[in-house]
Write a protein that binds this ligand. Sequence first.
Ligand SMILES: [Mg+2]
Length: 272
Amino acid sequence: MTSADDLLETVANDPAGVLLALDFDGTLAPIVVDPTTAGVHPRSLAALDRLGPRLGGLAIITGRPVEQVRRLGDFDAHPGLHELFVRGQYGAERWSPATGVVEGADRHDVVDRLVADLPGLLSAWGAPEALVEDKGLAVAVHTRGLTPAAAAAVIDPLRDLARSLELTFEPGRQVYELRSASITKSDALLDVVAGLAVHTVVFAGDDLGDLPAYDALDDLASRGVATLKVCSASTEQDALVARADLVLDGPDGIADWLTELADLVDPVDAAV
Ligand SMILES: [Mg+2]
């Protein structure tokens, strides 16, 4: 591993050797009740736009489908983000600037069945207001805004349903996914790293699904790569804090930190 201060020095002196990989929701994008209205924190977006052309690699690794996160992030409108790697649905979907197309985005039959059946099941479990999201390769059940009792009532039945259908159960912050793919953010991060000539790898996340990316950083560190685990902290999930090298105060803290990094590689814009 490296330290947060060492990373600043590396970014200042050799940014081309650094891969910066980030989760989307709860890290770059503040969590909102309606997940279709999420967007990247404006200061983070501005900082990434400045960092993109200078770093060895910039990646978004998210549970969302690629096309959704590219639209919500408005990345195409920012010239500095045209080289952005995007790995969606925990890495089952890949988009890279070299091809400009999404690979691995085929639908899975079980998702159609779940989208049809889950509203009735959720009503039977006492949570009819839970939001069912069709992700193509997975179905997400969002419980944000429900009563604590209703939100808690769906967890075990969803876990059992996932097991019976041989799907991956992915718990998150007020969201539970049943995934047709077992690929994790570890696979996604290592895949991005494999295509780059970098000596320093940074990953920032906020939720349980990000822990495999921390595992990937441990793996890379054992092979001599400098790594930094960054946690976007929240009151909803503290599982990452103990393992993180740098704990920041949610998407606002991430925005401050990214701006600090951007100021190192793009000091002209920093002179304000
Ligand atoms: Mg997240």
